[in-house]
Write a protein that binds this ligand. Structure first.
Ligand code: SF4
Length: 667
């Protein structure tokens, strides 16, 4: 008997209209867990490199984390994996919320979608009843409206919906898949649109069995209080922290102009909640399972109304906002940083543009890059009035203008909708110099004052194409005072001890050693791979996690939760091994699609002074640590050691490896 997972995938062929419930191999769980790990193994097996992202044979996989729907608090993430049309490489993104747990309660660990529907459709999953339904009436609707309409149509407000907006329908590179004030980005929305799939609606009513339920509950119950009280958990930026560190220490904007230091007391005051009175009401949440008591802080002027969280999580990362004269809506976790990423001192930019992005189904991080890129080209005279007719003069107006053009693929928006890398090639006239991408994917538009080589590695060699899905919490700069450093590392019990030593010895103005940078990058990404396989929200774990203080989840307590939930024997070494195996597999998918060392480069001005030799030395150290060849391909002995013999055989057949290559050695 399988515990914590259902043991079944739902296979949907949209070309044929075929739906099958397929039993899965328990070895895949033992090797890769669930979520992204299991999805990567399916992509490796079934999407060879000849398959174009827009081919019907490309797969779009919605994969619930292994711990989703178990009592483990905050384990609710769903990974969405495919081959990206922007990069022709592996893509994985995830959303929190309620979808993954609902899917598992319906009896499936994953939905594997292939083929394409000629008409717009949506998928309705209600336990064993699964239908492909016409979605003609949903065409052009936002994801939020689509959710409401489907729930009304199905007469059930507990149905969980993941949907694309008009941007996804128009195959815009920056399109997201939206669910419960959360979204998956990095181009998975484009693939969903290409398949003619407007939405997936799920309602699950079955139990999930747990290997040792009493013991698991005994461990999880105190975790709720711990997560609730832990200052390191949840989206700290949104309500409990100010942005001064980000805005004052990092320089934002994709363009040549570096902008920082625009956090002011006035902005901080704008953001504060001005409490007037507290009310208690009883409300149906869109996606909650029952009528719930809601404590609402009613305020007269402030924008921040109240927060809500995700399935089985005591944090409240999604905030309802209301500005007089504007519609009330929920911000997604982390979206507050958009104004900073856009290098726009006007915090109010958020209120207007974030809602518009949710309406169109556009990813916030990606659209900030489009905004910065287009603005820089406009300032440089590369884009002119002829390209941007009636371009507004103010920041909010310009952002809204570009959002509409891009989502609708109108005029310049039709070019920008292919991603800024392709757009720069189409525009020409030197536009390439304004592009900040890695492997053709736009990156978080921040600039660092000095090089940080673990960040270089995470940006350049990371496979997830989004630094926030790779980075961890090892400080980005040293603390000058030794006593302060010692105080800072006191709580570092969730990371290897040598990291503490590296930080203690790190003096102002120095770089960490290549060995330290490579291992920090590896550790950070390994923790994310663990979260993404288990469905644990990184805001409780990897992202916050291993260094400053005590996060609720880390390498040393997750394995016990997995063991009690699934019955698998797992310890810290075992979890780290699976995370690293998943990482190797993802690298192999991309290596098979042609990714090589030359692709692992960054745009020129990520920091002011670049040292190409040092960057190459760090890549060497990282490749050596990973057991890769000098070209960044996992060597045969590495793959065999990680239990990925089928990958080395395939590499051999395809001539990617002859078998005589050895992992790079750094002397
Ligand atoms: S920490 Fe926040 S984003 Fe993560 S699951 Fe909990 S409420 Fe959702």
């Amino acid at each position: 008997m399988r515990h914590a997972e259902t043991g079944f995938d739902l296979e949907v062929d949209l070309t044929r209209g075929n739906i099958e419930k397929v039993a899965t191999d328990p070895r895949v769980t033992r090797l890769h867990l669930g979520g992204e790990g299991a999805a990567a193994s399916i992509l490796w097996e079934r999407v060879p490199p000849e398959v174009d992202p827009f081919s019907p044979n490309n797969l779009l996989i919605f994969s619930a984390g292994l711990l989703a729907a178990t009592p483990v608090p905050g384990a609710n993430r769903t990974c969405i994996s495919s081959i990206s049309s922007e990069t022709n490489l592996y893509v994985n993104s995830s959303f929190e919320g309620f979808f993954g747990p609902a899917l598992k309660h319906a009896g499936y660990d994953r939905i594997v979608i292939r083929g394409k529907s000629s008409d717009l459709v949506y998928l309705w999953i209600h336990d064993d009843k699964v239908e492909i339904r016409d979605a003609g009436h949903l065409q052009g609707k936002s994801a939020m409206e689509t959710t409401a309409l489907i729930q009304r149509e199905l007469k059930d407000s507990n149905v969980q919906v993941a949907a694309i907006g008009i941007a996804g329908e128009n195959k815009v590179s920056q399109a997201s898949i939206e669910h419960a004030n959360s979204s998956a980005s990095q181009g998975v929305g484009v693939i969903m649109g290409d398949k003619g799939l407007k939405a997936i609606a799920v309602r699950g009513t079955r139990n999930i069995t747990i290997a040792q339920p009493a013991e698991l509950f005994a461990l999880c119950n105190p975790l709720y209080g711990e997560i609730y009280d832990n200052p390191l958990c949840g989206d700290l930026l949104l309500s409990t922290d100010d942005d001064s560190w980000h805005v004052n220490n990092l320089a934002w904007s994709n363009g040549a102009e570096r902008v920082k230091g625009f956090w002011t007391t006035e902005i901080a005051e704008q953001w504060e909640v001005r409490e007037e009175r507290e009310e208690i009401s009883y409300q149906w949440e869109n996606y909650s399972q029952e009528l719930e008591e809601v404590r609402e802080t009613v305020v007269e002027k402030s924008e921040l109304l109240r927060g809500t969280g995700c399935y089985n999580c005591p944090r409240e990362c999604h905030k309802a906002f209301s500005l007089p004269g504007h519609r009330k809506y929920f911000l997604k976790s982390y979206s507050k940083l958009v104004y900073a990423m856009a290098a726009c001192a006007d915090l109010k930019l958020n209120y207007d543009v974030l809602f518009a992005m949710q309406e169109y189904g556009l990813d916030e991080f990606a659209m900030v890059q489009v905004f910065s890129f287009a603005l820089e080209l406009y300032k440089a005279g590369i884009l002119t009035e002829a390209d941007l007719p009636e371009f507004p003069a103010d920041g909010v107006g310009r952002f809204l203008y570009l959002l509409e053009k891009t989502a609708q693929r109108q005029g310049i928006g039709d070019i920008l909708a292919n991603g800024i890398s392709q757009a720069a090639s189409r525009i020409g006239k030197g536009a390439e110099a304004y592009v900040c991408t890695v492997k053709k994917t736009g990156q978080l538009p921040l600039r660092r004052e000095t090089a940080n080589y673990s960040y270089f590695l995470m940006y350049a060699a990371g496979e997830k194409m989004d630094i926030t899905q790779v980075e961890g919490s090892f400080p980005q700069v040293p603390i000058p005072d030794r006593a302060a450093r010692e105080e800072f590392v006191r709580g570092w019990d969730a990371a290897p001890q040598r990291f503490k030593y590296w930080f203690l010895e790190w003096e102002d103005g120095q770089q960490l050693s290549t060995e330290a940078s490579a291992e920090i990058a590896d550790w950070n990404e390994s923790m994310h791979y663990a979260d993404d396989a288990l469905g644990v929200c990184p805001l409780l774990s990897s992202f916050r996690g291993q260094f400053g203080g005590r996060p609720s989840y880390h390498l040393y307590n997750l394995p016990q939760l997995v063991s009690l939930a699934t019955g698998m024997e797992l310890d810290a070494d075992g979890l780290l091994e699976i995370s690293r195996r998943n990482r190797q597999l993802v690298r192999a998918i991309n290596a098979r699609r042609g990714q090589r060392r030359v692709d692992e480069n960054l745009s020129a001005d990520l920091w002011p002074a670049r040292d190409p030799d040092m960057e190459q030395k760090h890549l060497d150290a990282y490749y050596a640590f990973k057991g890769w060849t000098a070209e960044g391909i996992p060597a045969k002995e590495t793959l065999d050691a990680w239990g990925l013999g089928q990958v080395s055989e395939d590499f051999h057949k395809r001539g990617i490896l002859t078998g005589s290559e050895t992992p790079l050695v750094v002397v």
